[in-house]
Design a protein around this ligand. Structure first.
Ligand code: PAZ
Length: 311
């Protein structure tokens, strides 16, 4: 039997900071409401599935938040306001350019003057990214909210969708997060760290309800909803993407393969599909496929707005 989404929300506790997030969402949406601004809700990164309430261990997935964080920058560049819902500590727009050792390599310290600086070599590129970030914030065009667990994510997704519903067709949902398909319900989870003294644990994972159904039909019925489908077997990519479109009746599925997701995606609609890809030369030049995905989606969103102008 298909798991029930209403039961999920009835039984999984809300994240502690949900009310604060709702307030931020409300203010952000109100700020965009009187303008003609289009808004993208971008989800990014992977969800965890805790095995214990006092969580020591959890099931996770590979997603680094690359797709979502880069796409957010391109949505902003196209004039959209963006609500970026991301996994804590996964990549974030703009700051993704300054992580790890690369960040330290960009800095120089003048001991004589006691002054920390961006090294000459990087100052132009750092300033470029920084200006775009500050401008997005100044214009009230970027809101970042974070989640860790599957449950936190689904609560936040519902709140964000509901907050955006009044903006109707101006909203695009870009669901790039890698969301767990299985979880341990709260009432079946061990309270404390699972010990090894009782032998190998028997952990029964349950199916996560298909949240796209209420999201498309109830929460944001007028929005332009785009979901992602990740596969590792190429033979399944199109059929599974199309099955998702049929089940949830949203606008587009972006299919991608784990192995080459940074180089190629397939945009799947009910009656056609087409590929967006980077050439090896574009890859060598450091181009990012999200630039082309977002440019295509913005065009599709415009067409949708024009086609539904009177409805
Ligand atoms: O975050 P990332 O850039 O490492 O990976 C992106 C992705 C593969 C998670 C995303 O493009 C995607 O396909 N998300 C949906 C995954 C799924 O639930 O099928």
């Amino acid at each position: 039997m298909e798991p029930n989404w209403e039961e999920f929300y009835a039984n999984q506790p809300k994240p502690m900071d949900l009310e604060t997030s709702k307030k931020l969402l409300k203010d952000f949406v109100e700020n965009c409401a009187d303008k003609d601004t289009r808004i993208a809700l971008v989800t990014s990164g992977g969800t965890t599935v805790p095995l214990e309430h006092n969580t020591v261990r959890f099931v996770d997935n590979f997603s680094a938040g690359t797709r979502g964080s880069i796409s957010t920058e391109f949505f902003l560049e196209q004039g959209y306001a963006v609500i970026f819902i991301h996994r804590t500590k996964s990549l974030e727009p703009f700051s993704r350019h300054f992580i790890g050792q690369k960040f330290l390599d960009m800095l120089e310290f003048d001991e004589g003057k006691g002054k920390l600086m961006v090294s000459e070599k990087y100052s132009e590129s750092v300033a470029h990214v920084l200006m775009k970030y500050k401008s997005a914030l100044k214009q009230g065009k970027l809101l970042q909210l974070s989640f860790t667990t599957l449950s936190d994510y689904l609560w936040l997704l519902r709140s964000a969708s509901q907050a955006l519903a009044p903006l109707e067709k101006r909203v695009i949902l870009y669901l790039a997060a890698a969301v767990a398909d299985f979880y341990v319900p709260s009432n079946q989870m061990s309270v404390h760290k699972i010990g090894s003294d009782v032998g190998p644990p028997k952990i029964a994972l349950q199916l996560v309800p298909k949240i796209l159904k209420p999201l498309v039909n109830l929460w944001v019925p007028k929005a332009f909803v785009v979901s992602f489908k990740l596969e590792t077997d190429e033979n399944l990519l199109i059929t599974k993407s199309r099955a998702a479109l049929k089940n949830y009746n949203h606008k587009l599925v972006i299919g991608n393969m784990l192995q080459n997701r940074k180089q190629q995606v397939t945009i799947v609609e009910k009656n056609r599909d087409y590929t967006i890809s980077l050439t090896p030369e574009q890859m060598d030049q450091g181009e990012e496929i999200e630039k082309y995905i977002i440019s295509d989606l913005v065009k599709r969103h415009s067409e949708f707005l024009t086609a539904t102008e009177t409805s």
